[in-house]
Design a protein around this ligand. Structure first.
Ligand code: GLY
Length: 343
């Protein structure tokens, strides 16, 4: 027979355990059940651009964000949502991914994309594909149908044939605007004698040269995912691969964070931007905002670009060191915000 003092001690311990559990669940329930961030690149219009041009971008961003919001409301998985949202961007000629992708120095398009699921660390990527209408979906197939993470060039094209994903002529990705930017970049490069390619690009190359699209999500089950897709840099060397298909550089998701980047890929690779943000949260005890600010404003150089991120609690971050970043944030608490510049 237990003594009365032991019974009291047991009851008190039970009460304490129940209180701690209740507090935990209150904290969890107080946060959003789902959250999503999107970006359409850090290479934006000038601030002085006509309001009609800005409105066009805002409308496209809203359309992508609305799709993500509806899918999350109805309980779709983070992985399905990031893929679906990035496909919307890939089909929109305003953005540097899929239709509307920038030209390389040969006047062709080479596309990169990657996708990652946080709780499984499953990931897939493609680099330098030329005829795949939606590279993000091919990246997902690499993740789900092969034992590899990254397929490139002809191998990725052959895999695309095996899977039956939609194919297009390389010229499908052409837009007049991107062609003009290429001509401008090549002319400036010639004038400045910078004949060694994108790595030697003049500052104005950077202004017009980059852009990428991405989406990060925390779904109703608390799972995270990230997807990113790009045409890379205007006037890049043939065969150049940036950060977008490099897991941990331009795209990353685990059980703590999901991050998607946009900017000068070489810099994002050097600083393993996406994984560094995650590591600061996971091991350094930083909030998502602190981690993102430290990497974007501390490790990267001004005008390198920016990131969007979400953590496992549904906190959303969009941070950049460029003039602006096409972006949008939404969550289950009613947030729905689309922006290009600081305000
Ligand atoms: N961030 C896109 C690229 O550098 O390719």
């Amino acid at each position: 027979m237990p003594s009365p003092s032991r019974v009291v001690l047991f009851a008190l311990s039970l009460l304490l355990a129940l209180t701690v559990a209740a507090c935990r669940s209150v904290t969890h329930d107080d946060g959003p059940t789902w959250a999503i961030a999107i970006h359409g690149g850090a290479g934006t219009l000038d601030r002085a651009a006509p309001s009609s041009a800005q409105a066009e971008y805002r409308a496209s961003l809203s359309k992508a964000l609305e799709l993500g919001r509806e899918r999350l409301r109805r309980g779709d998985s983070a992985l399905d949502v990031v893929e679906a949202v990035v496909r919307v961007f890939e089909d929109d000629p305003l953005f540097n991914a899929g239709k509307g992708a920038v030209f390389n120095e040969q006047g062709a398009h080479e596309l990169d994309a990657s996708i990652m699921e946080g709780h499984t660390l499953a990931c897939g990527a493609v680099a330098g594909v030329r005829t795949v209408k939606n590279p993000i979906s091919l990246a997902r197939l690499v993740m789900e149908k092969t034992r590899h993470v990254l397929l490139m060039g002809d191998g990725a094209e052959q895999f695309a044939t095996l899977t039956g994903v939609e194919r297009v002529e390389n010229s499908y990705f052409d837009t007049e605007y991107r062609r003009k930017v290429l001509e401008e970049v090549l002319r400036e490069r010639q004038l400045k004698g910078a004949a060694l390619g994108a790595a030697q690009a003049a500052p104005s190359d950077v202004r017009h040269g980059y852009g990428t699209v991405g989406c990060v999500v925390r779904d109703q089950k608390g799972n995270l995912a990230a997807a990113t897709s790009t045409g890379g840099l205007t006037g890049k060397r043939w065969g150049r691969v940036g950060d977008t298909p490099v897991i941990g550089a331009g795209n990353y998701a685990d059980a703590f964070v999901a991050v998607s980047g946009t900017g000068t890929g070489e810099q994002f690779i050097r600083h393993t931007v996406a994984r560094s943000i995650g590591a600061r949260v996971q091991f350094g005890g930083q909030t998502l905002q602190q981690a993102a600010d430290a990497v974007v404003h501390g490790s990267l150089q001004p005008d390198d670009g920016g990131i969007i991120a979400v953590d496992r609690h549904g906190n959303l971050v969009a941070t950049y060191n460029s003039t602006g970043m096409y972006r949008g944030l939404a969550d289950s608490s009613g947030l729905f915000d689309v922006r290009i510049f600081d305000n």
